[in-house]
Design a protein around this ligand. Sequence first.
Ligand code: NAD
Ligand code: DAU
Length: 339
Amino acid sequence: MAKFLVTGGAGFIGGNFLHRMVKQYPQDEYVCLDALTYAGNMETLQPIMNCSNFKFVHGNICDRDFIFKLFEEERFDYVINFAAETHVDRSIKNPEIFLKTNILGTQTLMDASLKYNVRRYHQVSTDEVYGDLPLDRPDLFFKEDTPIHTSSPYSASKAAADLLVLAYHRTYHLPITISRCSNNYGPYHFPEKLIPLMIQKALRNEPLPVYGKGENVRDWLYVDDHCIAIDLIVRNGNDGEIYNVGGHNEKTNIEVVKTILNILNKPESLISFVQDRLGHDLRYAIDPSKIEKELGWKPLHNFNSGIQETVKWNLENQEWLSHVESGEYLKWIEEHYNS
Ligand code: NAD
Ligand code: DAU
């Protein structure tokens, strides 16, 4: 039996991770800590709220006193840090909160992990720390030793956090692992990100805003495959190691958007090319051979099956989406903490 702290579990990937783990490991205990920012949603945790091995705690990873008290009370064996500000476009408009949460929040969690001797601190990182690859070199992939070279305030903050995690390992011998995954998609994806945004716009016959010429490439991974990889790394990964996670599903943005329109039987005339993102990364592509060889991980979904399932989930969960779009989901905080 082990006790896990999962931060950022009311968000997209952390929520999917908890849905799977709480049911897969009934002997383990999972505590979800989340600040419930605009990206955190208690409705995402509904499927596991009544499970006896699950508990939700509302709090901020930057709040040192609160974090140390929580660690003192709960005595976690494992800490998995999903909590972060994650939207590149928001980081371009307002970098500061990205630096606070993504860097200083990580430091606070690691300080508490050191004091309370956790068995493993796992940092959920991103392939964006490697910067981008050229469009005309399909032979190039991100490997774990590809130099860090960031583009946006978001990716710079994630890279800074990764360096700090490695420093805590070397200097204080904190037992750590880091995963760097490519773009995720699937259920409970906040509709400010490309795939859920385009599905919602297409359903309403609204213009689909594609940045630049739509030629940028992302390497899409179904969220469940990322969650399985993190679980494997936390339980079986080697101390101090970085693992890249990706399934070789590279697509240009325009291909992704056309696929969504095709599944929904909507016309391509809905596509609207708009001003490009500042500093827009051209291509991401992961080489996952280390996690495949060392931990036996392989993705279970390819893009064709995953995107069909994702469109279906969005169609069947319009209530969850409409509460996100209207801000209704934020009422949970008001009802629970301000009444
Ligand atoms: P998300 O934005 O959907 O969720 C983030 C969660 O963190 C939210 O529930 C939010 O309330 C919480 N949070 C934010 N600030 C907090 C704070 N100060 N204290 C406590 N909780 C806080 O993000 P996501 O897409 O699920 O990403 C999760 C992690 O995975 C992030 O670290 C991200 O960098 C990484 N990642 C994401 C992707 C992707 O494609 N989405 C790919 C690779 C890595
Ligand atoms: O690679 C992992 C990263 O993937 C994560 O670390 C980030 O947290 C996550 O948000 C995601 O970052 P991206 O910037 O790649 O995702 P986003 O969905 O914002 O954009 C995907 C691509 O689509 C990107 O090339 C920009 C483009 N785009 C995005 C939006 C929101 C558009 O063309 N139009 C849009 O409206």
